[in-house]
Each structure stands twice: as C-alpha cells, then as structure tokens.
Ligand binder design. Structure first.
Ligand code: PMP
Length: 350
C-alpha cells in the first residue's frame, strides 16, 4: 500500500502556450489583440491600495451591479467567477451528478472531458457531423446533462438558436449549459431563454471580446434557483474567489460599451478579410463566427505550417486529436499582424 494509491489521478487540460517574446505575433489562445477599454486604464490608476487590506465582496460587487444593469437581468440570475473556466468547473460540480452520461460533442472545448474525468462523471462525446456541425437529435436521448459551446471551439461553428432551444426544451429534466465564450463576435446568445427555461445556464467571459484574459473574470446567467445552487457549491469551496481589483477593473470594461462595440466590430471585419486571404492561399475552413479561424490545407501539413510559423515568431494552435489533427486554429489579430501571417504563408507556399 502506498500513499499514491489514494491520489486523485487526472490527465490535466493543456492550455495554449504563453511565450513571452518581444515582436511575437500571438494567434494561439484567442486573446483580443487590442488593449482593454480606456476606462480600465483609469480604474487601474485610481485603485486604492488600502482596499487590499480587506476581504473582497463575496457577492462580487460592484461587478454584479454593472453586469446586471448591462444585460438587464436580476443580480440573482447572475454568477461571477475566476474566468469562465471557474464558472464552468463550479457548474459541472453543481449540476452533473446523474448516473446517466452527460453529453457534449467529440470536437469541442477540450476542458469538458477533463472536468468530467476529474469529478468522475459519466459522459458521452457525440461526434459532430462531417461539416463539424451538431445534430440536435443526438442530444435528445436520456442523459445526465448537456454542455454545448456556441460558437463551438475550436471550429468556430455557430449552431442556430432554434436548434439550441429545442435541445434545452427536450432536456428539462437536466441542466443544459451553453458556453458562449465567443458569442460577441457575431453569434446569437441564448441569454433571453433563461426566463423561459429553468434548466438553462449561459456562460460568458471577459477573456476574449473584453480583452481581459489576464484579469480572469467570467460569468453565467440562469434562473435564480440554478444560480443559488451554484452559489451553495461555490461557498462550500472558496468564498473569496473574486479579487477586489478584478471586480473594479471589470466594471470599467462593462461601462465602456462604445469601445467594446468598436473592438468587436474591428475583429469581425478582420476575420472576414482573413477568410478571403486564407481562401486565396488554398486553405479550407469552417464559417467561423468567433475570433479565430479553424483552417486546413490540402497540400501542407498543419504541423509543418505551425513549425514554420513558429520559426518566424508567429504562434498558432494545433490539436493532436483525431479528425482535427491537420487543422490549425488561428486567432484573429490586428490587421497588421494578419498581414504578416498572410505574407509569411505566401512566401512559404511560393
Ligand atoms: N469556453 C471556451 C469554449 C473557451 O474556448 C475558453 C477559452 N480557453 C473558455 C471557456 C475559458 O475562458 P476563460 O476561463 O478565460 O473565461
């Protein structure tokens, strides 16, 4: 007998690498290429250091007020966490306790099966169709819960909201989570449905469209009963997840709607232009509605392209997973960064 017999052994999620090089073009973890809103810079300058003496707000004030106001929901329909990863980890622990398998696609955010394994939950990965789309009927079978990223990652594919609603309606005996990390880049949010379906949790983040991946703030909307259950679990785990500076800086981001609209609009325009350029280079890709493009090339191996780009200090993401191991996920950078990427690819393919 060894102490190691009683260790919870897990295979952890592997985040994209965070190299810290000057002049790198970082298109591998779907961060925003633009800085946080100007109001955030001011909030950082104005932060009162003495506040760090005290514990932070356990109800995530003042951010809870700002988000409730912005999205026109009640504060008790809102859960705030340390990035959407924290929100999702708490949601899994709270809602997916059935003996039946929880369901999610085979190709999706690769943290879902990691949490399911960590918590020892039965789960079933349902293959996306040949076009990387979900088939709603696949989720209308007995199950212990459903999670769908919409738009999906790493494909960028957007399922239509009517299909999502049918899945929610068909599964009212379990919780359905819609992970909307990328919804602000032209997707359609399921948020309005929280008043119609008690079993729906909608999760979003400050990491992409609000340019604050480093601050670690995510949030979820749901029926107040659902949120209360999540809070019970959260307060059984760690009451002080949100630090005071994060709660204040995030407010400044929410309040600057004009900047948020402007940066997301710019990123959408760059994404659409990038599709045209990648097509000219012979790439094939899904019709992404996110801040990345999931692309494959019939003549060049994804790993060879990734290695070549890395040599030039350009980072893109590759997943060693069946069905997608010849794809690259390319985050949308600034126009100037994307031009360097296209020039580099053009030069290589000459
Ligand atoms: N959901 C999806 C689909 C993602 O791609 C990511 C980013 N890795 C997250 C959630 C988590 O993002 P964060 O914790 O930064 O909010």
């Amino acid at each position: 007998m060894s102490w190691e017999d009683n260790v919870r052994k897990v295979v952890p999620y592997v985040p994209g690498e965070q190299p810290n090089k000057s002049n790198m073009i970082k298109l591998n973890t779907n961060e925003c290429p633009y800085p946080p809103a100007p109001g955030v810079h001011q909030a950082v300058r104005d932060f009162d250091i003495d506040k760090l003496r005290l514990y932070p707000s356990t109800s995530a004030e003042p951010l809870a007020d700002a988000l409730a106001n912005y999205y026109q929901v009640n504060k008790n329909q809102l859960f705030i966490g340390v990035g959407s990863d924290d929100v999702l980890a708490i949601a899994f622990l709270t809602f997916f306790n059935s003996d039946k398998p929880m369901l999610f696609p085979d190709i999706t955010y690769s943290f879902y099966d990691v949490w399911a394994e960590l918590y020892r939950m039965p789960y079933k990965m349902i293959p996306l169709d040949a076009d990387f789309k979900i088939q709603k009927e696949d989720y209308m079978v007995p199950n212990g819960g459903v999670i769908l990223a919409n738009p999906n990652a790493p494909t960028g594919e957007q399922a239509n909201l009517a299909d999502i609603e049918e899945i929610i309606r068909a599964n009212q005996d379990v919780v359905v989570i819609v992970d909307e990390a990328y919804v602000d880049f032209g997707g359609e949010s399921a948020l309005p449905l929280i008043n119609k379906y008690e079993n729906l949790l909608v999760v979003q983040t400050f990491s992409k469209s609000r340019a604050m991946a480093g601050l670690r703030v995510g949030y979820a909307f749901g029926n107040e009963k659902l949120i209360q259950y999540m809070n019970d679990v959260k307060f059984s785990f760690n009451s002080y997840t949100m630090n005071t500076p994060a709660l204040q800086f995030a407010v400044a981001a929410v309040e600057d709607e004009a900047y948020f609209k402007e940066t997301t609009k710019k990123m959408i325009a760059t994404r659409e232009r990038s599709k045209t350029e990648l097509k000219k280079l012979g790439f094939m890709f899904t019709d992404s509605k996110s801040n990345f493009i999931f692309a494959t090339h019939p003549k060049y191996k994804a790993t060879a392209l990734q290695d070549m780009l890395r040599e030039k200090n350009i980072y893109v993401r590759h997943f060693t997973k069946k069905r997608i191991d010849n794809y690259l996920r390319i985050s949308i950078g600034t126009d100037a960064e994307m031009d360097i990427l296209f020039d580099t690819l053009r030069e290589y393919m000459k």
